[in-house]
Design a binder for this molecule. Structure first.
Ligand code: KG4
Ligand code: ZN
Length: 339
């Protein structure tokens, strides 16, 4: 029997400070410190995010070690998010990871945040099937919307992506127009449950077969609301649930249509979703319905692994450790980093 590999993973690409401990492909602990400081600004303020990471990182790492009952000297490697993300935020995680790896004399592993969202599907959990390669993954977050052909843990082919806003950004910006707090995606999801998804319709953007565009829907909703509010200043309050349900139906149907087209072309028989928006209840139920329609198997991540978390960084770190893909201590984070 090989000795188990213990990885400490650190994620700090945006506004969540997270640390996780993995033992091989299983997660022993996965802690996240959310930053409430951004709520009153209706979005993430980069400067405040970096400062909050500075305060959170040590307590979060300590708690992750203690929850996992793992000591610093048990660790085999430290994995951290190299990018993409906010540079100031990434610098906090990378500097911490480098300092600790150096002091412990163990390897450092750089992880691409978008690969990590996808490979979160490889985390071993009781009774959770793992998609075999190749599979198609629709990665939907606050910064990205991509259809990816996942060929192995190291080979990714982008089938298509957004030309402008990410779908999470569309959820958040429309939620802001509706007066909902940041992040608005989960709020739209919540109100939509009691609304009529057919109350209002919005036209779909015309783009290439596997491309997405979400800037148009945001403007359509803005003009529509301005027109209705002129007639009735209480329009949003009176129709909030229907508005949320209709917007959610529109956004999810754009995503599902493209995912269907991709599977019809690539015929992988295994389709997955990943990233923060994969927590959306309509997207999850729509994906499951495709199983019968397309005769495929579908994979939704556990809620804990949808939005930003360090466990997903840890699983990529584990594969990096096996393949000895170690980073020099001179490595730096990158705000922009291709898949
Ligand atoms: O992956 P993530 O945590 O951070 C990025 O890497 O961007 O994704 C955050 C995004 C936000 O836009 C948030 O509104 C969205 O995920 N989100 C949701 C839901 N939960 C989170 N969008 C729709 N429905 C949800 N339930
Ligand atoms: Zn993310």
């Amino acid at each position: 029997m090989n000795k188990p590999v213990y990885i400490l993973a650190i994620e700090s690409s945006c506004d969540d400070t997270s640390a996780a401990i993995l033992k091989d492909k299983t997660v022993l602990s996965n802690l996240i410190a959310n930053q409430e400081v951004h709520e009153k600004y209706g979005g993430v303020v980069p400067e405040l995010a970096s400062r909050a990471h500075q305060s959170n990182i040590l307590p979060v790492v300590k708690a992750a070690l203690s929850d996992a009952n793992v000591k610093l000297e048990d660790l085999n490697a430290i994995a951290y998010t190299k990018g993409p993300g906010l540079l100031g935020s990434l610098l906090v995680g990378s500097s911490f990871a480098k300092g600790l790896a150096w002091s412990l004399g163990i390897p450092l592993i750089e992880v691409n945040h978008m690969q990590a969202h996808i490979l979160a599907h490889l985390i071993e959990q009781d009774n959770e099937p793992i998609p075999p390669f190749p599979f198609i993954c629709l990665t939907v977050s606050g910064g990205h919307t991509q259809l990816v052909l996942v060929k192995s843990s190291a080979h990714f082919e982008i089938i298509g992506q957004t030309l402008d806003d990410a779908v999470g950004e569309a959820f958040d910006k429309i939620a802001k127009l509706l007066g909902l707090p940041y992040p608005g995606g989960p709020m739209i999801d919540k109100y939509a449950r009691e609304g009529n998804p057919d109350a209002f319709t919005f036209s779909k953007s015309k783009v290439g077969e596997f491309e997405f565009s979400f800037s148009g829907i945001k403007t359509s909703v803005l003009y529509f609301l301005q027109k209705e509010i002129k007639k009735n200043p209480e329009f949003i309050n009176k129709n909030l649930k229907d508005l949320c349900a209709s917007v959610q139906k529109h956004l999810v149907s754009v995503l599902i249509d493209k995912l269907k087209l991709a599977e019809k072309k690539y015929q992988t028989k295994h389709i997955a979703i990943a990233g923060g928006v994969s927590a959306n209840s309509l997207l999850r139920s729509s994906l499951t319905k495709l199983e019968e329609e397309l005769d495929v198997k579908s994979y939704c991540p556990n809620f804990e692994y949808c939005t930003d978390n360090a466990a997903m960084i840890g699983i990529v770190g584990y594969y990096g450790f096996l393949n000895k893909q170690f980073a020099p201590l001179t490595s730096t984070p990158k705000a922009r980093l291709a898949l």
